[in-house]
Design a protein around this ligand. Sequence first.
Ligand code: FAD
Ligand code: SF4
Length: 552
Amino acid sequence: MLMNKSNHCRHLNIIFGDQLNRTSEIFHDLDLEQDIFWMAEVRAASLQPSSHKQRSLLFISAMRHFAQELRDDKIPIIYFTLDHGFETFSDALIHSVKECRPQKIRSVLPGEYAVLQALKQVCTAENIPLEILPDKHFISLPGEFTRWAKGKTEWRMEFWYRSLRKRTGILMEGSKPVGGDWNYDKNNRGHFDKYGPGMLKPALMFEMDEITRAAQNDIEKYFPNNAGVIKPDSTKSLTMHPFNSKSFKPISSNRENAKHDVTDFFGWAVTREQALELFDHFVQYHLPLFGEYQDAMWTHEPWLYHSRLSAAMNLKLLGPVDVLDCAEAAYRQGHAPLNAVEGFIRQILGWREYVRGVYWSMMPSWLEMNALDAQESLPDFYWTGDVDMNCLQQSLHQVLQHGYGHHIQRLMVTGLFAQLWQTNPREIHEWYLGMYVDAVEWVELPNVLGMSQYADGGAMASKPYIATGRYINTMSNYCDNCKYKPDESDTDDACPFTTLYWHFLEKHKERFEKHPRLGVQVKHLESMTAEKREAITQRVKQLRQRYPVGNY
Ligand SMILES: Cc1cc2nc3c(=O)[nH]c(=O)nc-3n(C[C@H](O)[C@H](O)[C@H](O)COP(=O)(O)OP(=O)(O)OC[C@H]3O[C@@H](n4cnc5c(N)ncnc54)[C@H](O)[C@@H]3O)c2cc1C
Ligand code: SF4
């Protein structure tokens, strides 16, 4: 796979695994006689932190497909596979720099602060100029966020989102938001009745080609002990359906389909063509109910009405503009209601652009933040799914099977428990970064440390996202099959979320007693009898013994 053009080149153009877009700035100002593209698979990307096998396969297969496309277009490229044996990106780059002695190294801004630093260090050490190009995949550049954030004591996504709606004209009628409101969130908190979501259209999967199969063999060879599986157990996921991407056409919704053999299919798009099919599938079948049920959860239903697009978007196989324009058209053509389309657009134009702005404004200090002084280790069951709390068992099995959880599972099940457990933010950050197929630090870190763990003390979220087991009971059917009772806090059957919730407030009551929303809960805690508060404390001690830590 290594292609040597000459011993010297003008520009060495770096493409990282999450920069697989041909519209990227790196393809501008090219001289194919003198410039060489460069991509590398390195072991550290799958080992630090340890990465779910599907995540590694997704990145490596997508990178190899992209490199093949460049070769087909006669674009010179140096490509290191895992077989070349480089541990880190810097090792691989130094090797090539010594070989091609470029006049300049060019790269689009990486998705991770540490990678940018490594790139700078290599260039300084090798005395080669470095040009960092803007990442025009995004609708806003980090500078726009910095200007917007300047002088504001608190940042709130909603106002950033409105500013981008105004600037881009997306879902606008002149200067007014379509429908008169900026936000239809109040219509987007639906949960299913006791019959659940009913028939759901199976999720699109893609037939593995030779490139993906070879990458799969490499993942099994080099990272046999990493978490997760590449081939999900189809009987555990009723809505996973093998679907030949070349013959995408509507099929009748039928749960029996889900029992088909999925051995030769991969759940994630590894080319732009597949990413576009995934998006079409979402718009056609799931967008109309995306809004109403975006916070709902249901046993054995990992996808519900979610798009599964984050991985393809984060690898840049699909751009936000492609997606937002089509979603708006779906509303204007009457295919999907406004609450669904606005909700979807807000996730991408609002949240996705916002967290990226926040990431580049807060790094590198963010990694060290721990406003609530959380020092516990993450329980071992996060790596095995072997736990007696049904909500966590469901959500963690899903992560191990698919490398996926939708945002409420991430925020209000796995994230909530980690926060109530008072897990060290760095540990939970590394778990999220490794375990989800769509994890790239610019998007993972703000969501985990800012939104989910409140490690930044409220820079991103106005309060910690904490709740008792009652929230999970309202939004899912998980509690129906659980040995614990969501309403109880200090009995033998008490839901651990509920017990830990009150214990968390006990620890942080001074910090939150004057908080406009949490203050009421602190008052509620203080109205409990001393015996009850002591029983909660004792139960927390039992929980700490029940769920071991430190073996992973
Ligand atoms: C603790 C925690 C960790 C997270 N880690 C990641 C991560 O590593 N990578 C990642 O892409 N998203 C992350 N998210 C955001 C969100 O959970 C995922 O983007 C979403 O679940 C992906 O599934 P989907 O494509 O089906 O999304 P949908 O529910 O269909 O949403 C549509 C799209 O909106 C975007 N989006 C939605 N919510 C967010 C958000 N909060 N931040 C940024 N973009 C958003 C995504 O691009 C997503 O594909 C995290 C959220 C939380 C609470
Ligand atoms: S009772 Fe508690 S632990 Fe059990 S599923 Fe409900 S929220 Fe989860």
